[in-house]
Design a protein around this ligand. Sequence first.
Ligand code: PLP
Length: 394
Amino acid sequence: MAFGLSDRVKNIAPSPTLSIDTKTKAMIADGLDVINLSVGEPDFGTPDIACAAGKVAIDQQFTKYTAVPGIVELRKKIADQLATKGLRYTADDILVSSGAKHSLYNAFMALCNPGDEVILPAPYWVSYPEMVRLAEAVPVMIPTDESTNFKITPAQLEAAITPKTKVLLLNSPSNPTGSVYTPAELQALADVVRKHEFYVISDEIYDQLVYGVEQISIASLGEDIQRRTIVINGFSKSYSMTGWRVGYLAADRAIVKAMTSFQSHTTANPASISQKAAVAALDHRDEAMVPEFIWRRDYVLNRLSQMPYITCATPTGAFYVFPNCSATFGKTYQNHPVQNCDDFASLLLEHANISLVPGSGFGAPNNFRISYATSRENLAKAMDRLEAFLNELV
Ligand SMILES: Cc1ncc(COP(=O)(O)O)c(C=O)c1O
């Protein structure tokens, strides 16, 4: 007889970003004026054209199972979109899933055997290490900091490779740092990858959200690299469609076939209605989003630059800044000690009514993440509160 949960789920750490979001929402529901800078979704609406297509899908009873990897119409359009980034895929090389998170999970489950190593540049998005562990693989972190704009170097990559290395995870633009690898930097990493036998999972979900820099896919650097890369993307961020749950991966056809079989036994197709909405979304980019995010990023960076104890690298993508708060460690706020970034974030939530995410969950204990996917008014209020809090530290 055996009773109780599996070790697999017992060992999962809950997502720190989602738990902070839940705590924040509860405080807001209690009537507290909390400014939420912890969210990972754009504050823009889903494009009307996508909403309309979703409604038509319902009215026309497009409400049944579809092909497991997604409808051909959507996969073809995704392939066309990827072609604009110099990636050569056909509809058969695409697997659409219920969000990019799902695509990533499929990828780790399909590629990793127990004990395989997955190289994760840190800071990393919170879900990567947990997904790697769920696949019974081992995350191998490469630490980075502001000195390289949170990007790994070819020498660091080379040093992390062992005979057990199975996957290198790249996320450009990055959550939580907003860093974007330049084409030359990716080329240098690709040269290291070429010398060894392993895969690259390239999470490009923020690819449309870049500010004055070029975002390229490592897979566009040659057929050999494309063959061993799994490109991940989705509709949540670029099209403000977080709730619709549509993400996808593009990869070598044999890999996609295996992952499609895996998905066929777990979730099957992504929601039919969401797929139709995604087809329509691909025809429409909200042109207002990028200039607005640039304005907000610059505003936040400018305000932070005038505050004590805080330093901040300039991100060039996504909608996050990732300031360093280590100069506050050892200080106190109204007799409460600030010993680490978790104390820093908790004190800000409880005493300054600002919700942001401590860097510990991202493998960056000196930092915290601010999402600027909120209104200019909220950002101004939050920066005033943060400044007042910092001025009170002794
Ligand atoms: C880096 C990164 N990858 C993937 C995802 C997952 O996005 P989706 O909503 O498509 O599952 C997120 C969402 O926060 C993310 O930040």
